[in-house]
Design a protein around this ligand. Structure first.
Ligand code: PLP
Length: 377
């Protein structure tokens, strides 16, 4: 088997290397189908057909009935911003979790008054929204919309988005799910129950700057045009489509959906965690909870996380401090606050996130290097 060139890369939740299938799709499309899909000659028509094939394929994978509900975007930030903007306005209110990605959280804080935005009760032991309290919370706050992510980018904790989607249906309010960390890693089943779904290609091996937004049925571009000034994407997003990027995104997604059954047990990550707990004395965060199979977050036994990160980087390993690297009293990580970590422990947190081809040996090599660094610091 060919050696994995990314064996020491453990920051897949931040971004992924372009998958071979995506690279091949990108290059061939950029070379052969570079025409503007809106132009009128035959080659442009072929590009348009290819674009619509991608839309159908994504709708199919997500089990969305009408491909016209799919809008290709410049990533999840753009899509999430647009959804929050659409859900805001006079007389509107929103319920979110306390661990949303900043591209949801910041527009919510800007576009909704304090009296019209509410944070769902959170259970720091499971790292997720406390589902048992959601029905009562929705009764009490009576919001006009709800937005909850599928899985958290820092901890990997899976959120009860399916159940919240059903509750929103009962309340007849729109539900937005930021599925950027879910799509490509977890089964897509059930996502079509959400009214708005957002995702990002570079989180599953596609190119950066490409993503998607799935809209509810019968929505018109009034109030929800991501960009204006052109008819592209059925009026929802003006601007010449990045066909090569979109085709590459679909190639990466198709590949990951096929590999669904083989890699997603989390067993290699679990073996890694056992190793760093026993050998290094790391304190694992959310070990026995429902998490993405690729993510591990832990508190190091001593010294600042940046010191560990630098030493690991010198050994070729790429890891992350989550957003805790800038943690301090002025700029604390909201996720870690929600998790109940104090400032001192936040400064000792590392997050590692593997990929689809990260092997048991790769995980163990990282554990070995963490043990080595622990002996040096
Ligand atoms: N939502 C979540 C949960 C993410 O992890 C990210 C990326 O970090 C985003 C949204 C933003 O995605 P993009 O980089 O495509 O704008």
């Amino acid at each position: 088997m060919a050696e994995n060139p990314h064996a020491k890369y453990f920051d897949y939740n931040a971004t992924c290397p372009l998958s071979p299938a995506a690279k091949e799709a990108w290059l061939s499309t950029a070379e052969d189908q570079w025409q503007n899909p809106s132009s009128l000659y035959r080659e442009a028509g072929m590009a348009r057909l290819r674009l619509e094939d991608c839309r159908e394929e994504l709708a199919d994978l997500l089990d969305v009935d009408d491909p016209e509900r799919v809008v290709f975007t410049g990533g999840a930030t753009e899509a999430n911003n647009a959804v929050v903007r659409y859900l805001s306005g006079e007389g509107r209110s929103i319920v979110c979790s306390s661990i949303e990605h900043p591209c949801v959280q910041v527009p919510v804080e800007i576009l909704f008054e304090e009296s019209t935005r509410f944070e769902l009760p959170f259970d720091s032991l499971s790292g997720s929204v406390d589902l048992t309290r959601v029905p009562e919370f929705l009764e009490k706050t009576n919001p006009t919309s709800v937005s909850v992510m599928a899985a958290n980018n820092e901890t990997g904790a899976i959120q009860p988005w399916q159940e919240i989607a059903s509750l929103c249906k009962e309340h007849k309010i729109p539900f937005h799910c930021d599925a950027a960390q879910w799509v490509g890693k977890m089964p897509l089943t059930g996502l079509s129950e959400c009214d708005f779904i957002t995702g990002s290609a570079h989180k599953f091996g596609g190119p950066k700057g490409v993503g998607f937004l799935v809209l509810p049925e019968n929505l018109t571009p009034d109030g929800l045009a991501l960009q204006i000034g052109g008819p592209q994407e059925n009026g929802f997003r003006a601007g010449t489509e990045d066909l090569a990027g979109i085709v590459a995104m679909m190639a990466a997604l198709a590949e990951n959906v096929e590999s669904e059954q083989t890699v997603r047990t989390g067993a290699d990550r679990d073996a890694f965690e056992k190793e760093i707990e026993e050998r290094v004395g790391c304190e694992l965060i959310l070990r026995d909870c429902e998490r993405l199979w690729n993510t591990s977050m832990f508190v190091l036994p001593h010294s600042k996380n940046l010191k560990w990160l630098t030493r690991l980087s010198q050994r070729g390993f790429s890891v992350s401090t989550g957003s805790a690297c800038s943690a301090g009293k002025e700029n604390p990580s909201r996720v870690m606050i929600a998790m109940g970590l104090d400032y001192e422990r936040m400064g000792r947190v590392l997050r590692v996130s593997g990929g689809w081809k990260t092997s048991r040996e790769d995980w163990m090599a990282l554990a070995g290097s963490i043990a080595e660094v622990g002996g040096e610091l």
